[in-house]
Design a protein. Structure first.
Length: 162
């Protein structure tokens, strides 16, 4: 829990430094945000990735996401709280981590990866689009304009992690 909260706070501070009003609730997360993370751990949905014994990033992976995607059941993995340690940014770590998630989803019978991100953050949108995510729709969630993306998981191709 401490590692995840630290990574999310680090990301929030980085966004604030870029004058982007997104994820700022992670600077001092309210109880409902902390309990959301705890539920992720309780449901074995939170992953902390390490590189050479050090924390490299984290994400939450769910098999359903009714909050953003509705009640329909899809063969998809839904990514939340995806972040990479800031000192590793720009080194391809995030894409390696996304490839690892893609492989894990494929191994669990999923053919789609889905995520949401801030609509008003062109840099993060380009980042996901470069990895192959396609725009699905823009929506409003919790007062924030949010973009939904999905990516077909290629069959049989496995990525390489460190």
């Amino acid at each position: 829990m401490d590692k995840v909260l630290k990574l999310l706070k680090e990301a929030a501070l980085w966004l604030r430094g870029k004058k982007i009003n997104y994820w700022q609730q992670w600077l001092d997360p309210p109880p409902n945000f902390v309990s959301w993370i705890q539920r992720g751990f309780d449901n074995d949905e939170f992953f902390i990735v390490e590189q050479d014994g050090n924390t490299a990033g984290c994400f939450r992976l769910q098999w359903q996401d009714p909050q953003f995607w509705g009640q329909k059941i899809y063969k998809a993995g839904y990514i939340h709280s995806f972040t990479v340690k800031r000192e590793l940014a720009g080194q391809g770590t995030g894409y390696k981590l996304l490839k690892l998630i893609e492989d894990y989803c494929r191994d669990n019978g999923k053919n789609l990866l889905r995520l949401d991100c801030g609509t008003d953050i062109p840099g993060i949108r380009k980042y996901y689009e470069k990895f192959g995510f396609k725009w699905v729709e823009d929506t409003v969630y919790a007062g924030y304009l949010t973009t939904l993306y999905e990516k077909q998981i290629p069959k049989g191709r496995r990525g390489i992690w460190y």
